[in-house]
Design a protein. Structure first.
Length: 151
């Protein structure tokens, strides 16, 4: 038995075996927690081929879609006119609310086509089934659910 003095007038009598069991459980929990944290901090092993120290993984492959030029009709009766550059697939020109903008394609983590006019804060996300024109500064769509008008 172990006598633990709490205050001048009170004391606690605790069986020694109970303290040893509790200490052993606490040590086990702390060891398991330390192992878990160490596993989270360790980078995953290389899956194939030799990996050089400091080597970065290649950027994701960018998808290439053959998409239409012309008028895209969007929600709320909005429209965006798209002109694709035949010589440079990384450029498109858009006509939005009477203003012409040239947008350049930038890599995206998903590989989907992403064209930006960084000077004016415009972003055109170009998909075969729909497209969207975004205001990069506010993060809001300017023209949503845009689809190429049928000829």
């Amino acid at each position: 038995m172990l006598l633990i003095k709490l205050t001048d007038s009170t004391a606690l009598l605790v069986p020694m075996k109970s303290l040893i069991d509790r200490f052993a459980r606490t040590r086990f929990v702390l060891a398991a927690l330390a192992a878990t944290l160490a596993a989270c901090a360790t980078p995953p092993p290389a899956t194939s081929g030799a990996r050089h120290e400091g080597a970065q993984s290649p950027p994701p492959q960018q998808l290439q879609f053959k998409l239409a030029s012309g008028v895209y009709r969007c929600e709320l009766d909005r429209k965006v006119e798209i002109e694709r550059d035949a010589r440079n697939s990384n450029l498109i020109r858009i006509n939005w609310q009477g203003n012409r903008h040239t947008l350049q394609r930038y890599d995206s983590t998903s590989g989907l086509p992403r064209y930006e006019d960084r000077d004016n804060g415009l972003l055109w996300i170009d998909l075969p089934w729909k497209s969207v024109l975004m205001d990069v500064n506010s993060g809001r769509p300017l023209a949503n659910e845009c689809k190429a008008a049928s000829a």
